[in-house]
Design a binder for this molecule. Structure first.
Ligand SMILES: [Zn+2]
Ligand SMILES: [Zn+2]
Length: 156
């Protein structure tokens, strides 16, 4: 893993040039992520649809230890997910942008809302979950693995 951004150059894939930078729409919340982002997963569950106002939430699992807030503190909304596990949704209290989610029973991992990253180059979708809950108008990439419900194992 390359941790020196000076050697990656401006054209390096965002997926590989750490730390990655991101934040909310209004800029009140900013973070650094000292881990590469890969294996994006689209979640089509009803809660993600409502929380994002669109077809799916595009997520990446990252180690919690790699995530560091550098400005602001997201507001947290907690509710039982379709999996039955309590899920915390961390979002900007000023502009509403989703930043991360986290299972209350697993503090080692965060689920990054990939759209909050400043750069998206080189990132691709690896799987879709909760596709049985997808809206009838949602486009689902059937060329990638699709899981009607949650993913069987916490990979990615
Ligand atoms: Zn904001
Ligand atoms: Zn979801």
């Amino acid at each position: 893993m390359n941790t020196d951004a000076r050697t990656t150059g401006p054209r390096a894939d965002a997926a590989e040039s750490v730390p990655l930078l991101g934040g909310c729409l209004c800029g009140a919340v900013r973070y650094e992520l000292a881990a590469p982002v890969s294996a994006l997963v689209a979640c089509y569950c009803a809660d993600c649809r409502r929380a994002t106002g669109t077809a799916a939430s595009i997520n990446a699992r990252v180690p919690a230890s790699a995530f560091r807030l550098v400005r602001g503190t997201p507001r947290v909304f907690t509710r039982a997910a379709d999996s039955g596990r309590l899920l915390e949704r961390h979002f900007c209290a000023d502009c509403g942008s989703p930043i991360i989610t986290r299972h209350a029973d697993d503090t080692r991992q965060l689920i990054l809302k990939v759209g909050s990253l400043d750069r998206q180059e080189g990132m691709t979708l690896a799987a879709s979950i909760w596709t049985a809950s997808a809206a009838p108008w949602a486009w689902v990439d059937r060329d990638q693995p699709c899981f009607p419900a949650g993913r069987p194992a916490p990979t990615a």
